[in-house]
Design a protein around this ligand. Sequence first.
Ligand SMILES: [Zn+2]
Length: 187
Amino acid sequence: MRKCAMLNKDYTKEWKQDGIIFFARIDPCSWMYKDYGLQISIANTKDKGWIKRNLDKPFEKCIVEDFEKLCTYVHLIKCKKCEKMAFDPKYSSTNRKGLCENCFLGQLERDYKEIVKKGQRETRKRDEKLKKDGYTHRITAWIHPKEGGDDRCVDIYFSRKPTKTMIYKELKNKGSRILNDYSIFTL
Ligand SMILES: [Zn+2]
């Protein structure tokens, strides 16, 4: 395609740099929102990591050359952890912080597991304390707000085994439209 031709929504490009194959495509926000400008995603096709690049020019006015310019040299560094290729955060809008895609996803998973474990430790501690205070059961329930919005998880304690009616009443009071999304635990 000629470089001065108008840019098509489905225009893509694949090229090789430093032995790595990169792929670029136009992000839909470029034409979905007025005056957003041109935004492209550049991927390292091997490990699927992405970076974004932007040009402050209305999409309808963009030509192929604008796209091509955004696809120039991709700055790379060695991953801080495993030394594989990573996008250089100094030159790219990326939240990968100098890690390759694999190490980044691995870190994300470890962080998540740690949060879950921490939550479980805190619940156990609270269970023990409330057991001493005379509570015997806990329910962990999802509140699905009647008025919409995000579901949230709550712990409710009882000093005897709760009946369904008792649980429904508690969940209703908390504004949930679904009354059977809970698990019950003996302390
Ligand atoms: Zn790595």
